[in-house]
Design a protein around this ligand. Sequence first.
Ligand code: SF4
Length: 686
Amino acid sequence: MADKVLTVCPYCGSGCQLHLLVDKGQVIGAEPANGRTNEGTLCLKGHYGWDFLNDPQILTARLRKPMIRKNGVMEEVEWNEAIQYTAERLSAIKEKYGPDSIMGTGSARGPGNEANYVMQKFMRAVIGTNNIDHCARVCHGPSVAGLTYSLGDGAMSNSIPEIEHSDLLFVFGYNAPETHPIVARRIVAAKQRGAKIIVCDPRMTETGRIADMWLPLKGGSNMALVNAFGHVLVHEGLYDKRYVEANTEGFAEYVENIKKYTPEYAEGITGVKAADIRAAMREYAKAPTATILYGMGVCQFSQAVDVVKGLASLALLTGNLGKPNVGIGPVRGQNNVQGSCDMGALPNVYPGYQDVIDTAVRKKFEKAWGVELPRKKGYSLTEVPHLILKENKLKAYYIFGEDPVQSDPNAAELREALEKLEFVVVQDIFMNKTALHADVILPSTAWGEHDGVYSSADRGFQRIRKAVEPQGDVKPDWAIISEVATAMGYPMSYANTEEIWDEMRSLSPLFAGASYQKMEEQGGVQWPCPTEDHPGTPYLYKGNQFSTPSGKGRLFACEWRPPQEQPDVQFPLVLSTVREVGHYSVRTMTGNCRALRQLSDEPGFIQISPEDGADLNILDGEIVAISSRRGRIMARAQISDRVQKGATYMTYHWWVGACNELTADFLDPVSKTPELKYCAIRLERI
Ligand code: SF4
């Protein structure tokens, strides 16, 4: 009989607990466990996403040995040589160009919170820079910035199980059935309990099909629609006056800023009928409990932070915060993107969201880590190509558990930038597209091969556990980084992940009481958890105490700005990047799982409307060429009545038909998140 090892699924922020079934040292299956968020259920990726651990080498092989590029060719070497070489090259670059010439990433994927803690400590204490960031920058960066401004904490205010008990779900730019199937089940369960569902999305989604109202706004018009929602709440007297007076600030300015956004005015920008805008807000305002859920359809625009603040304002206007079954939920995509933010793998905060420019905070970390720490904020991940190619500021890049050439916009520009660097370290579990540009490759253990903690999207710390021995000469990420630090003259050694976790807790008041023991006893701990006797916090802002400087929620509205690159004669269509349910992120893990490949094993498609298909004489299933100002790829056309005329959609998981060859790197000015939901393209028959 197989052994069962309790752990957490590595494929999305739902944080579903599962048992890996292990026989003779191999994983042979997975079973759902009774976790807080999944309660004995799993989606397909949870059931079948373990196969890559057995290294079937379908898509690409696991990395099994460190490698160094010698005379242009990657050669396998022993660990000692790889660590010494990495340390010497980084030390030399630091000496020659200064600490800020080196950039590093955290990883929102398999490694876990402890490895992220060690990586940000390495960049800050050993390299001496705050240049640490990760792929939250290309997804929910606007949520962290926007919600921190509006409410005080850049995370879901509510919990995943609460979704099912809300009387109204307001789903904005979020396709849960593809991205978080277990959250989608909660949405269906809410519907079955009688909840109203309102969906704002340019494309018809599966949630849209069961919705009471679907508001098909034009891509890039989010702010105009959110302003109009606020206009209806205020001008129809639907907002909660007593709540607003007692718990918010900025109301007069808010009213001024939404003045011109009548539903009729917004209809001209968004394409959503004025009557539907009014009807949606009347339902939202009258629901006893209402929850906003949103995703990349909000965050991957160049005006994303403003829209996040605008959505938070709708919750504040109606008093839908600070009690059960209400709130605002940015549902984080990758399994541990909440955790890598929690651990301070960001250029502006230490672990626990403590500001790097706060002198008292810096001194606390200096005392604990025994070194002087950098005083200014670091660079963002999405600024890297510009910093290399245009400003000549970066010389080395330590890329840990990410594949930006596949996941980030404008891939050709990023490749050019990586080639210009003097030194690139890639630490990963698979050979990937970014690793082709590496000078050193450091192979690490994968999910299932190491211990640690993940953070679910709803602030839930949960233990992940080692189930099998790794294949090959690989090490846990935290151990590799510690060895490089030691070789650079900063001794760093930990016996296990709990020791790292306890060091992190001792420096992070928000997480201080979230011990491994408490996670064992409770099955997990939701932060804030400030003391040993605190059980954790299912929903934020109880008693309407916001974590803003004044303790009040901040209302916000501003002018709508159109997306940066508009379609024209040469590139007449708009491309949005999206997800598909069978695969995860850059697909190295799920692409090496046999059952998941059966679900979806062909390079990416491009969804287009029947009208555009007819205009361009393109048939369903035909291979087409797709061009933008940045690149040209091919993919299979999928004619879909879910899509509005002028819009197209591609999933970003695929190496062939890689849509990030086309996407643009226009950034939100605050969060530096790219406008992956909007760039101009052209389709051609070939
Ligand atoms: Fe894994 Fe997410 Fe599916 Fe849950 S919903 S099983 S966490 S991929």
